[in-house]
Design a protein around this ligand. Structure first.
Ligand code: MN
Length: 470
């Protein structure tokens, strides 16, 4: 049947977005699922910012990237990286044009919300050894009780030794646990608390053990027994917790979700989903016009601060070294580079959740399976704190995506008075770099187990690759 004039006109003028699964070829379907398997493997290998840097570095070395310090001078096509204190990673593929003409950057973050140990964590109460914690990032605290937790991190000793600890990822490993009251006891008391106070921060205590050290003469026998075990296995004493970074993360593995297996459930997809997709994309960037940069930063979840966060001038150290090794480092050059540069802040967005539809503006929300979401501005309540991308830059992004058949939608984080949030976009914009947020929709963001679409993972990889290769 021939289309009516109105139908043709509507097709031409309306901004109608379809699910990426519609009309997908068998070959593309195979690629989407293969990519998702690779991504889930990456998630299972790297659950913390340090493991993201470590594992990503291994991938870079296998793909002919070199450490920047080992390279005397840089030429177009060269592939290098710099690791900042084992916690953030900056990668470059040198372009044909001078750095002065600007860089193309994609920045994601390897840290995710989690439960950190306090520096004086171990105590014993009623013959149970417990660990005090301080949560990291914005979490709904009640979600983290009664969940199997794995322990990842490092203990730095005064002799310079650094001990890596990972307990709870192997099938035969023990895991850790935060308790909650049974419903039989919480009626009238805990049940009447507000949801945000269901479990309070000082109730996020980790159960560490119950077996006593056999000696009638000593007190705190269970605590002593735990310290004995830690000392035998890792050579540490209680005081060594002072200089430790020990993080509890869900012990779950990444899994396919749903009868059709179209979704992914995993811990830390915010923002390891953008780490993996941007890393994979820069692996495939060859001889770009402008120098392509991929950043896996740290400390996004607590405000981009600290020496490994995106606000730190550690980033300048990397760019200046690139300039030096290209023979372009003249006074004021870095500002010139920035003013000609463009960046994607690669971070997730809150995907539309039909169960909680009243929290979203349905016309301005990203949907699972509809590709990457372009977020022109973040911020909250009146765009407060937003770096907002200029319309001209958004148009250029649209052109790149259209030319490369990248699916995208435009979104913001929930209803105006209800939602909002911030990303590292502002740290690029403050440096004079045109910046936009482009990421992947996630359901149950910041929960111990987050939900994404396999189509969107693949689409993000294609989006970042198209942008960097330009
Ligand atoms: Mn986040």
């Amino acid at each position: 049947m021939e289309k009516t004039e109105g139908e043709v006109l509507k097709e031409r003028l309306f901004n109608t977005k379809k699910s990426g699964w519609n009309g997908m070829s068998e070959e593309e379907n195979r690629q989407v699922f293969q990519f998702a398997n690779d991504y889930m493997y990456y998630l299972n290998q790297a659950k913390t910012e340090k493991e993201i840097v470590q594992f990503s570095k291994e991938i870079l070395l296998k793909n002919d990237f070199k450490e920047l310090k080992d390279v005397e001078s840089l030429n177009p096509g060269d592939k290098v990286f710099w690791v900042n204190r084992n916690r953030s990673l900056y990668i470059a593929v040198i372009g044909q044009e001078k750095l002065e003409n600007g860089l193309k950057m994609v920045g994601a973050q390897g840290d995710s919300p989690r439960i950190d140990l306090k520096q004086n964590p171990l105590y014993e109460e009623n013959e149970v050894a417990l660990l005090k914690t301080h949560y990291y990032g914005g979490i709904k605290k009640y979600q983290w009780a009664t969940v199997p937790l794995a322990l990842h991190g490092i203990v730095a000793k005064t002799n310079g030794e650094r001990i890596w600890i990972s307990i709870g990822e192997e099938e035969t490993d023990p895991v850790f646990y935060i308790t909650d009251l049974p419903p039989h006891l919480s009626r009238g008391g805990q049940d009447a608390r507000k949801l945000s106070e269901g479990i309070e921060a000082e109730e996020l205590n980790i159960v560490a053990g119950t077996m006593p050290y056999e000696d009638e003469k000593v007190s705190e026998k269970v605590k002593l027994n735990i310290l004995r075990l830690l000392n035998e296995k890792y050579g540490i004493k209680e005081v060594d917790f002072t200089s430790s970074e020990l993080e509890f993360v869900p012990a779950y593995k990444a899994r396919s979700i749903g009868f059709d297996e179209s979704l992914i459930g995993a811990y830390g997809q915010d923002d390891k989903i953008c780490c993996y997709t941007s890393l994979r994309s820069i692996l495939e960037v060859n001889n770009p016009t402008k120098t392509a940069i991929c950043i896996l930063t740290d400390r996004e979840e607590i405000g981009f601060c600290g020496v490994t966060g995106m606000e730190s001038r550690s980033f300048e150290r990397f760019i200046i070294e690139l300039l030096e090794k290209r023979g372009e480092n003249t006074p004021g050059m870095i500002e010139k580079v920035y003013s000609n540069s463009q960046a994607i802040s690669a971070d997730v967005d809150a995907g539309f959740d039909p169960t909680f539809s009243s929290y979203y503006d349905t016309r301005n929300s990203c949907r699972l399976g509809h590709g990457v979401c372009i977020c022109k501005y973040t911020g909250a309540r009146g765009k407060s704190g937003a770096s907002e991308a200029p319309a001209e830059f958004v148009a250029e992004i649209r052109r790149i995506f259209d030319e490369n058949k990248v699916a995208y939608c435009s979104s913001e984080l929930g209803k105006v008075d209800k939602g909002g949030g911030g990303t590292i976009a502002v740290t690029f914009a403050n440096r004079g770099i045109d910046t936009i947020d482009i990421g992947v929709p996630v359901l149950s963001m910041h929960a111990p187990y987050e939900l994404t679409s396999k189509f969107d993972v693949y689409d993000a990889y294609r989006a970042y690759r198209a942008f960097l290769q330009q």
